[in-house]
Design a protein around this ligand. Structure first.
Ligand code: PBE
Length: 301
């Protein structure tokens, strides 16, 4: 992004936030400003993204092409930087566009909306799947059975995410959920024998949603006697680790859209073992107070 764009963006944003000084012709300064100000001007033609290699970063690059948004930049960073930028803008009621996914605590903390995606570049609702390296079933049938049965609701994951966001350590937030949901967990673990310190590695990327799910799974597997390592890596290495057998399993596969490219790249090199959540979604997200922006198509106005 050019410096000029950035400065214009910030200036426009604070101008909007300054609000409604009345003008002599009866309109307000904000209204006059709105007439020639595009949403691109207001946000500096910037979409705040997350980790390079995340599935929805790839989808967002495609969105920029398909919706003719060649003036726009997708900035990469990580989930924490994205939510920090969102909070800064939100606190001042300034416009901002971020890449987002749900379940995520930010939909609880802030009043947000997904932009409509009439071309369905981000796809529709999707699911989260659990995958294993080849051979896990033979090597660790007990863990395999638990991971195969594992499924929960968006609200379960959200409960852990919100506690972590509130400052609780991920392992403690996961423990609170585990303690409160023994019925659910026993559906996954019933009849599964305990093991004696067998080592298992779960691999994930540092996304808040996956930090919640994998910390929870770690506790469930430890309760059955496993020695569990959580390996937190970049998105690319997450998939390659499972394909090469360097990690044993991951509950972080968003499909059929978000991780389609990775799935095709490593076809046959890892195994789908279960569906752990339905009804998840990715896309562009804005604060609800951006009332005039409801569709990705509006970014061209
Ligand atoms: N996410 C969170 C991931 C999957 C889960 C949406 C950032 C991605 O885009 O790859």
């Amino acid at each position: 992004m050019t410096l000029l764009k950035r400065i214009t963006g910030i200036g426009a944003a604070s101008f909007l936030a300054l609000g409604l000084a009345a003008c002599s012709n009866g309109t307000t300064s904000a209204e006059q400003n709105d007439e020639d100000q595009t949403i691109g001007d207001a946000v500096g033609y910037e979409i705040v993204g997350v980790d390079p290699g995340s599935g929805h970063m790839e989808a967002t690059e495609q969105v920029l092409t398909e919706y003719d948004l060649s003036d726009w930049d997708l900035t990469s960073g990580n989930g924490a930087a994205m939510t920090a930028a969102l909070k800064r803008a939100y606190d001042k009621k300034e416009p901002i566009i971020v890449t987002g996914w749900n379940p995520h605590w930010k939909f609880t903390t802030f009043d947000l909306k997904f932009l409509e995606d009439p071309k369905l570049i981000y796809g529709d609702e999707e699911q989260i799947y659990t995958y294993a390296r080849l051979g896990l079933k033979e090597d660790m049938p007990e863990a395999y059975t638990i991971l195969e049965r594992f499924h929960w609701e968006a609200d379960d994951m959200r409960e852990i995410m919100i506690e972590i966001e509130g400052g609780v350590a991920p392992e403690d937030a996961a423990l609170h959920w585990v303690e409160g949901n023994t019925d659910k967990i026993s559906e996954w673990t019933d009849g599964v024998s305990s093991v004696d310190g067998d080592k298992i590695t779960l691999v994930l990327a540092p996304w808040d949603s996956e930090i919640a799910s994998h910390n929870m799974l770690k506790l469930v597997l430890e309760d059955k006697g496993y020695d569990v390592t959580l390996s937190i890596v970049e998105p690319g290495p997450l998939f390659s680790a499972l394909a090469s057998g360097g990690a044993d399993a991951s509950a972080a596969f968003w499909l059929p859209y978000t991780h389609e490219t990775y799935l095709n790249k490593y076809e046959g090199q890892f195994e789908e073992i279960g569906l752990n959540m339905t009804g998840v979604r990715q896309g562009l997200v804005v604060p609800a107070y951006m009332e005039d922006v409801n569709s990705i198509e509006d970014l061209n106005n």
